[in-house]
Design a protein around this ligand. Structure first.
Ligand SMILES: Nc1ncnc2c1ncn2[C@@H]1O[C@H](COP(=O)(O)OP(=O)(O)OP(=O)(O)O)[C@@H](O)[C@H]1O
Ligand SMILES: [Mg+2]
Length: 376
């Protein structure tokens, strides 16, 4: 069944390859790693498309490897091991439910061994797992029960754990080591560890002495190839009988730095006007609307940082990017204070994830915020 979509520029979830631009090589790379027994760490800036890529890979992989169980576990909302178990348990449950009508017989034992209760979401009918509070030692046992269940299945599993850096915030000690040891012991499971806090995740996998040290293949998700993105956007407008210039699409993809979320958001809004002939002026007014609609959030950002940090981030936004923020010309041009305070400001903005650094220099993380700052 083909799901009818009202706007081809998705902002949440994954539907099908039709609404997913390219990522052919990346998908192939995941497939190759999984098929050859390499676990993966998937890293990128926020909103570049990691979750989308995992979902797309699962969609494609399910077609060629019918028997592999594909578990997607988002641990963003988890704060401790018990929460982790609930999410992993839920993923096991969902996958079994998809596979067979009497899935319940199969999983009722493990649910009761972790003292879980199966409920159903009243809106969607999807199974949910309720777990009461438990002391850490019991949660550790429960984790063993879940992995034991998986290891006894005839099928292979791929378990994608999204926002994996979250486990470093759990109060329980040694969870990293525990998961690492399960990933080594169980040979019918491959893992994809994904996350965006580059610093935290990187150090988990690259610091000598950490349990996951050099244990996975690191895949850094970069921007989608621009030409592919232009074609993707063009195709969707033309398919719905709209008139639009490829050159204009390219310009705006450039303005949004080929950054997936921002490109998607902009074209989603543009598409939703329903206007048949799309001019550059219309695009301009949509871009302006986006900034206006977010303005109240951005005014609030001003209260979260000091005046000098605000002036610094504004200066970065006006430049677009800056590789040497301590340079005299930059400090003079924007009336910043001494280099030492600029350095501290940079560090603080990095810590708050309001800016990031790539090979070209520092940039404001939120591109809409950057544009808003630049026009002040
Ligand atoms: N290849 C793609 N083609 C079209 N849209 C995409 C693609 N990849 C991601 N998207 C869209 O871009 C947005 C950001 O993607 P996604 O949520 O996958 O990023 P993420 O890296 O997981 O972000 P976060 O760091 O916030 O978890 C979403 O709206 C998603 O639908
Ligand atoms: Mg994500």
């Amino acid at each position: 069944m083909i799901k009818k979509i009202s706007n081809p520029f998705l902002l949440t979830g994954y539907v099908s390859p039709e609404y997913f631009c390219n990522r052919i090589e990346e998908t192939e790379r995941l497939k190759n790693a999984i098929e050859n027994g390499r676990n993966i760490t998937l890293l990128s800036l926020r909103r570049m498309g990691k979750t989308g890529l995992i979902k797309h890979f699962f969609y494609e992989y399910a077609k060629i490897s019918l028997k592999t169980r594909l578990l997607y576990v988002d641990i963003m909302p988890t704060n401790n091991l018990n929460d982790f178990i609930r999410e992993l348990g839920k993923a096991i449950l969902l996958e079994e439910q998809k596979r067979s009508a009497n899935y319940f017989t199969k999983i009722k034992d493990i649910i009761s061994s972790i003292n879980g209760k199966l409920t159903f979401n009243p809106l969607t009918g999807a199974p949910e797992l309720e777990l009461g509070f438990k002391p850490s030692e019991e949660s550790i046992t429960d984790l063993g029960i879940l992995f034991d269940y998986i290891s006894k299945q005839k099928n292979n599993y791929v378990i994608a754990i999204d926002e994996f850096q979250q486990i470093t915030y759990y109060p329980e000690k040694g969870i990293e080591a525990l998961i690492r040891s399960y990933s080594q012991q169980i040979n019918n499971v491959q893992f994809i560890f994904s996350g965006s806090n580059k610093h935290l995740l990187m150090s988990m996998f690259s610091d000598y002495g950490r349990p996951f040290y050099q244990s996975t293949e690191i895949v850094v998700l970069e921007r989608i190839k621009k030409d592919e993105y232009v074609d993707f956007v063009y195709k969707h407008f033309v398919n719905s009988k709209k008139v639009i210039q490829k050159m204009d699409i390219e310009d705006w993809i450039d303005i949004y730095d080929v950054y997936t979320f921002y490109v998607q958001y902009f074209f989603n809004k543009l598409y939703s006007t329903g206007i048949k002939t799309i001019t550059y002026e219309l695009m301009h007014s949509i871009a302006w609307e986006i900034l206006k609609e977010r303005e109240y959030i951005y005014f609030n950002y001003k209260n979260l940082i000091t005046v000098s940090q605000f002036n610094l981030i504004k200066a970065i936004a006006k430049e677009g990017r800056i590789d040497t923020p301590n340079a005299g010309w930059f400090i003079q041009k924007y009336h910043l204070v001494q280099p030492s305070s600029v350095s501290r400001g940079i560090q603080s903005l990095l810590d708050k994830e309001m800016i990031y650094k790539d090979e070209f220099g520092y940039k404001v993380y939120d591109l809409f915020f950057s544009q808003w700052l630049a026009q002040l």
